[in-house]
Structures are given as C-alpha cells and as structure tokens.
Ligand binder design. Structure first.
Ligand SMILES: *Cc1c(COP(=O)(O)O)cnc(C)c1O
Length: 390
C-alpha cells in the first residue's frame, strides 16, 4: 500500500535543479570522476581531545546516568561551558534560563518554529538563504515572507523595505551572519538595527550563527547578544558543526531571550529526550578548547580559500575573498548572462566539476554560484586545474 504524504511534506519545495543533480549521478554511474564542490559538510575529523572525552564518558561505568535520556540527566558541564564561552568570546553574560543545548541548529530551528508559530503567523526569512527557516514555518502551518538580500547592500537584510502588513503578522525574523550562501558578514551596528526592528514590531529576531567562528584574516564575527538589551527580543543559534568539524555529532545551543528558549525547551522535552550524555561531555570539552581548535580549523580553510579565489581570478572572473564561512560566493562568468544553472550545467559537462547554482538558495541567489571549501586541497586543486582548461 502507498500512503499519501501529509500536506506539510508534500508542499516542501523540490530541489530546483533535479536535472543537474541527475546529470551528476549519471556521470558518476558511468564511472566518470566528478569532483563535487557542492556541500558544506567538513571533510576533516573532530578534534582528538573531543573524541577522547566522548570515549571516556561513554565508558564511564561510575556514572549511574551514563546511558540515560540526556534531558532527564543533563550534563551540567555543557551549559557551563556555553556560558563561559559566550563570556570569553563575546563578553555576554548568559543566565541559566537563557541557555538550551540542542541537537544542532537545523533540528532546533524547526522545533523553535513548532514552539512559537501559530497557523497564519508569518516568519520572515532571507532570500537567498538556508532553506530550513521556511521548512520550520511550513511545519508549524505558518507562512514565509522572503526578503531579498542584495549584492549592493552587502547581502544585509533591508528592514525598512518590510511592509507594515507583514510586520503586523510576523512572529519571527531569521538572520544568518556570517551568511550561507553569500559569505556576507554583519557588524554590530547591523545587529543593533535588527534588535530595534524586533522591539518596534514585536518580532523575535532569531540569529543563526552557524559560521560565527569560521573566520579569517583576524576578522571576528559579533554576536547579536552583544547589543545591549538584545535578550529582550533576540535569540542566537550557536552550533558546533562547522567550526569544530562536528556536523555528525548534532550539537549546538539556543541562547538569549528566555521565553523563546523555554518554547524550544518545551518542544524538545516532548519530542527528543535530549542528547546522549557522552556527547554533552564532549561538547563541553570542545567549547573549553575552542580558541585552539578554531585556529587550526580556520588555517586549513584559509589556505583553501586563497587557492580557490586566486585560481578563479586568474580566469578573469570576479570573486570576493570571503572573511568568513566555508564558501566562496561569486557572480557567474559574464558569458552565461546571469544564469547560474547554465553555468553549473556547462561546467559539469565540460570539466566534470559540480558547483551549486545560486538559484538553489532561492530566487535571490540567481546570478551567483557557490563553491564549498569543505574538500581536501588536492580535490580543489584538481577541480581548479580542470576549470582553467575550460
Ligand atoms: C550548516 C548550517 C546549519 C546547520 O547546522 P547544524 O548545527 O549542523 O544543524 C544551520 N544554518 C546554516 C546557515 C548552515 O549553513
């Protein structure tokens, strides 16, 4: 028997480049060596000190709660490490009720929507942007209003352009800086304006800081919670995924506005039962060693970034060198007349290199493409050599 999908799943947007994806799969099936630079999932391993702590905690028979539900037996060291990290790194003082560990941001973004959004409520999301914000709104029977991020605004969200009618119905607004896919960064003044917008319109500002620690050349990304009074209207999703090479571990936290943190806590309590204690111990250890880990992780990405940016510029293509994230985001070469699909298809056809067309992140991404730096330098070099022969 085939059971019909629920509407909330049926209405999920299909991947917009099914043809391109099929072409990649077909080439691979024919044994062609396709180099895929599409996905933002670190290729390197989690730090040894973190793996060792995981093993220690998983073996610790003296801990009577070792294998119990993570939510019933939370590891106090984790919120403590989060609090200490936010204080050290940002000068932000978090109260216990402002901290909720998560199973990564993706999961928690959807769960926060389940906890806050009623049918008909609007969620405001950036376009181009990470698709999960919209999915959260949809699963909670809300509606997404997309705000175009424009190159001429440095891909910062233009709050003034959001209509009054939308502001009235909106419950939540999503920001993400350093940004995926555009690699744009925001300064504290931008976050000040975001907090002001939230306060004036009674909208929760949810900042997804997935790449806050993937930064280069001495750049330090601010936290929205550094804005005085931000915790009245803002929360921040911090994640251990990208900066610690720990995507598979599913670990992060939501911090900030206590009522929003409580909303997420209630949903989690009724749905997931929390994170395995050994993973919580390991997360605390990671945060305690954060600065050393970031230095090592970012040195690798910086080398890759410079390689990619220099090689593309040698082609005569326009490329900004990103100060943060693990992506290079650039306008498609002129001869493709702004069609990111035409560029991606041609590149795949002629070089067997796959990149992500900007349009995959929404209409606002059209005219651009994204290369992920989460691949070994040898693979990047080989891909760039092929592109140079194009
Ligand atoms: C990768 C990514 C996430 C997901 O992070 P997890 O903590 O692994 O769920 C969230 N937001 C953005 C913008 C991302 O690129």
């Amino acid at each position: 028997m085939d059971f019909a999908l629920a509407r909330r799943v049926e209405v999920l947007p299909p991947y917009p480049f099914a043809k391109l994806r099929a072409a990649i799969a077909a080439k691979k099936a024919r044994g062609i060596n396709v180099i895929s630079l599409g996905i933002g999932d670190p290729d390197r391993h989690a730090p040894d000190v973190v793996v060792e702590e995981l093993c220690r905690a998983a073996r610790d028979r003296a801990d009577p709660n070792k294998d119990r539900y993570g939510c019933d037996a939370p590891v106090a060291a984790l919120p403590e490490a989060i609090k200490n990290f936010y204080h050290r790194r940002y000068g932000v003082n978090l109260q216990p009720e402002q901290i909720q560990p998560t199973m990564g941001s993706k999961d928690a973004i959807v769960k926060l929507c389940m906890g806050l959004i009623n049918p008909g409520d609007i969620g405001i999301a950036p376009c181009p942007g990470y698709p999960t914000y919209n999915i959260g709104h949809t699963f909670a029977s809300g509606v997404t209003y997309r705000v175009r991020l424009r190159a001429e605004d440095g891909f910062l969200m233009d709050f003034d352009g959001i209509p009054q009618e939308v502001r009235r119905l909106a419950k939540i607004l999503w920001l993400n800086y350093p940004n995926n896919p555009t690699s744009a960064v925001a300064d504290l003044d931008f976050f000040r304006r975001a907090v002001e917008f939230g306060r004036q319109n009674n909208i929760l500002i949810a900042h997804d800081s997935a790449y806050s620690e993937n930064t280069f050349d001495g750049y330090q990304a601010p936290s929205i919670l550094q804005v005085p009074g931000a915790d009245e209207v803002a929360v921040e999703f911090f994640s251990l995924s990208k900066a610690f090479n720990m995507t598979g571990w599913r670990l992060g936290c939501l911090v900030g506005n206590a009522s929003a943190v409580q909303a997420l806590h209630l949903v989690k309590d009724n749905v997931d039962n929390g994170t395995f204690r050994a993973v919580q111990f390991a997360g605390a250890k990671a945060l305690d060693h954060a600065e050393k880990i970031f230095t090592e992780v970012n040195a690798v990405y910086k080398e890759r970034r410079d390689l990619v940016v220099n090689a593309l510029r040698a082609q005569g293509w326009t490329v900004n060198s990103p100060q943060a994230t693990v992506y290079v985001w650039a306008p498609v070469p002129e001869k493709y007349h702004g069609s990111s699909e035409a560029f991606a298809t041609d590149l795949l056809e002629k070089t067997n290199v796959a990149i992500t067309p900007g349009r995959a992140f929404g209409e606002g991404g059209e005219g651009f493409y994204r290369i992920s730096l989460t691949y070994p330098i040898e693979a990047l070099k080989e891909a760039l050599d092929r592109i140079a022969k194009l």
